[in-house]
Design a protein around this ligand. Structure first.
Ligand code: GAF
Length: 397
């Protein structure tokens, strides 16, 4: 199928050997090792992770690769195969959090967060290659942070568990880069396992790997990258986050996770004079409930039955949380009309990607319908590929 070909073409254009060879060309010696961390899609549980709620991402086969060696002089050198501008050279004792542009802030922030945590990390040379689409809502930033954290963890024998590396990566993004994200994306990059979705409670960080063998069940999960660029740093994300905190305060709870689904009608009645906060609360409480319903269905082996919950989640993000856009709505509506089992936007919103659950036999027609609808509406062609639940961060060589 067309999307199958797209997957094959984008998954591994480089590979670890290419990345190690590129490192040697840039720095003049072979690297000590090469590490990988994946992008993700979120199956269900959107904007719940900063409300102490539930999420269920899985890892994509698309990864950030880092070839790396330690240095003894406290210098950090960063080079990316995908970015212009040569080597970025920094002194690790001079790293300071500041709103800063550019890709190098993410790995530099990880080194800063490790030093802040008192970990004995030193300098390093790193070269990166990536097959994770950027700005597509597929967590390329978290993949970059986590692959850096894992490489340094191994090079300096820091002894951090994957979830601790995810925490350090989130701290880098929150405090150094200045994006107020939750813990979902970094945990997905660090902790996902092949063939599973990761059910994560973001309050206590307990997690469960839920078997999610789409191919084995004759299903496909398509990613539709709308190519509408989303930007987490643009203020809308922080605004939604503040709205959730306002809701929790108004309801007298620590976080919106503490509003039981069964008490939603009373909670909403108490917010009758504030329609924006009311809709915000309704999204978070119903979304947490949808995650629990999806988990119950997957545990019962009823994968096809999650489709309507995905679509309901999209409606909630569109109508209550107000973070969808025309292209995402078109992808979801067209896919469903063409016979998908369910579809929703995934990730932070305002662009990026949608996911579509579909019978294997219907995948080509559904993909073609979405492509056709985008052309008819005058939108740029979407990039459609298949998402196969893949491994979390690991050492490659
Ligand atoms: C972005 C953030 F980085 C995550 O923490 C999460 O809030 C997500 O948006 C929405 O579910 O990916």
């Amino acid at each position: 199928t067309a999307h199958g070909a797209a997957t094959a073409a984008t998954e591994r254009p480089h590979g670890a050997q290419h990345t190690a060879a590129a490192f040697a060309a840039v720095y003049g010696a072979a690297p000590t090792g090469t590490w990988a961390a994946p992008g993700r899609v979120n199956l269900i549980g959107e904007h719940t992770d900063y409300n102490d709620g539930f999420v269920m991402p899985f890892a994509l086969p698309h990864t950030f690769l880092a070839a790396a060696s330690a240095r003894t002089d406290g210098v950090l050198r960063l080079h990316s195969g995908g970015a212009d501008g040569g080597i970025v050279e920094l002194r690790i004792d001079a790293l300071r959090p500041a709103p800063q542009g550019g890709w190098a802030a993410y790995p530099a922030g990880v080194v800063w967060a490790m030093r802040e945590a008192g970990l004995p990390v030193g300098g390093a040379d790193l070269h990166y290659d990536s097959t994770v689409p950027t700005g597509a809502g597929l967590s390329s930033s978290a993949a970059l942070e986590v692959v850096t954290a894992l490489a340094l963890n191994d090079l300096y024998a820091l002894g951090q568990e994957p979830q601790q590396l995810a925490r350090l990566a989130q701290r880098a993004e929150n405090a150094f880069v200045g994006v107020p994200c939750g813990i979902m994306d970094q945990t997905a990059a660090a902790c996902c396992t092949e063939g599973h979705a990761l059910f994560l409670d973001t309050r206590d960080l307990t997690r469960r790997q839920i078997p999610f063998d789409l191919a084995g069940e004759g299903l496909r999960l398509l990613v539709v990258d709308t190519r509408v660029k989303h930007e987490l740093g643009d203020g809308a994300y922080a605004e939604r986050r503040a709205g959730c905190e306002r809701g929790a305060r108004a309801l007298g709870v620590r976080a919106l996770r503490d509003v039981p689904y069964a008490h939603l009608p009373e909670a909403l009645a108490g917010l009758a004079d504030d329609p924006v906060t009311r809709a915000t609360v309704r999204h978070i409480v119903t979304e947490n409930h949808r995650v629990e319903e999806v988990v119950a269905l997957l545990d019962a082996g009823r994968t096809r039955a999650i489709g309507p919950l995905l679509t309901a989640g999209h409606a909630s993000l569109r109508d209550d949380f107000k973070i969808s856009c025309r292209e995402l709505d078109l992808a979801v509506d067209t896919a469903n009309a063409a016979g998908a089992l369910g579809a929703r936007m995934t990730g932070g919103g305002f662009g990026g990607s949608a996911i579509v659950l579909v019978e294997e036999a219907d995948a080509p027609a559904v993909g073609a319908a979405v492509t056709g609808a985008f052309a008819a509406a005058g939108h740029a062609a979407p990039r459609i590929f298949e998402a196969v639940p893949s491994a979390g961060a690991h050492r490659v060589e």
